[in-house]
Design a protein around this ligand. Structure first.
Ligand code: PXG
Length: 285
């Protein structure tokens, strides 16, 4: 049976799941999304993901046509219908179709889409050996232009940085903010380890407040690893003991080289190794 995709409360075969070419999600990137994962049939931190989705929508004056409770039930139903246990779940809410023109009042029917599919992960070797990343010349959006806390369908800022990374032979790229401080990667948050403590840019660095990031900060607390949300520069990364990225898709992935500079010994460090193992336990608990 073909994958069943939820569009506005109905299920369609993958090939037949469609929305209008007049949808402002397509025409203007006008909408919001979430990317989450389920482990053994349970969505990891679904409440946090739904809170972020509804806050993203609120921030762009988009009313999601179903309640959070309904959304949660529909996500679970989509997993069940597709008999998926370990899955990637993409929630999309578009502004809906209308006439041409930016005015959101020209639309009337926001579309809720739920895709549950198998997970495409970074190759296993990167988890063993670590990633090499480069700093993109494209800076993260100025928060006053488009808040990075909104997970909007307008991802060109990150896609341009991703292209720069790929052209340099790296599957992730580091993005700085308007002040030249470390913000995050194109689809992952960044952490360093220094003298036994973990450090990550604070929310006001112009980042997406990642749910995996918050899970790692919680884990560090429970493990007695000091954790700080601070301003970081590339210098802090270059002289760090360890570096790793977090995200719903990547989970926790080590970084061993930044801009051609090897981090410490170039091996995956003990705190990163510990957090990868503890995160695995957490998502399966
Ligand atoms: N920063 C950015 C810019 C992201 O897009 C993260 C950090 C990590 O956040 P979470 O909440 O996932 O820990 C993201 C997440 C996709 C996809 O399909 C993108 C993300 C997550 C899952 C899937 O492109 N981005």
């Amino acid at each position: 049976m073909s994958l069943q995709i939820y569009v506005a409360g109905q299920y369609y075969d993958k090939e037949n799941a469609k929305i209008s070419v007049y949808d402002h999600g397509l025409l203007y990137g006008d909408g919001v999304f979430e990317g989450m994962r389920s482990y053994s049939g349970k969505v990891f931190r679904m409440k946090e993901h739904l809170d972020r989705l509804y806050e993203s929508a609120l921030a762009i004056c988009l009313t999601i046509p179903i309640s959070k409770e309904q959304m949660e039930a529909d996500v679970n139903k989509t997993l069940q219908i597709n008999a998926l246990k370990d899955a990637y779940i993409r929630l999309v809410v578009t502004r809906g179709s209308g006439s041409l023109g930016l005015d959101p009042n020209r639309t009337s029917n926001p579309q809720v889409i739920i895709i549950a599919d198998s997970i495409s992960m970074y190759p296993e070797e990167y988890y063993q050996k670590g990633l090499k990343i480069v700093t993109a010349a494209t800076i993260r959006n100025h928060p006053a232009a488009l808040s990075s806390r909104v997970k909007s369908l307008n991802y060109l800022n990150n896609i341009m940085a991703k292209i720069e990374g790929l052209q340099a032979g790296c599957i992730e790229a580091l993005m700085l903010n308007i002040k030249g401080e470390v913000a995050e990667c194109t689809g992952d948050n960044i952490f360093i380890v220094k003298n036994g403590a973990i450090r990550t840019p604070s929310k006001d660095a112009g980042i997406l407040e990642g749910i995996t990031r918050n899970a790692i900060l919680d884990l560090a607390k429970s493990l007695g690893i000091p954790a700080e949300e601070v301003t970081l520069t590339r210098h802090d990364l270059f002289v760090s003991d360890e570096c790793f990225l977090t995200g719903s898709a990547a989970e926790v992935i080590p970084v061993v080289s930044i801009d051609g500079r090897t981090i410490a010994s170039g091996n995956v460090g003990p705190i990163t190794t510990k957090l990868i193992a503890e995160f695995k336990k957490l998502v399966h608990s």
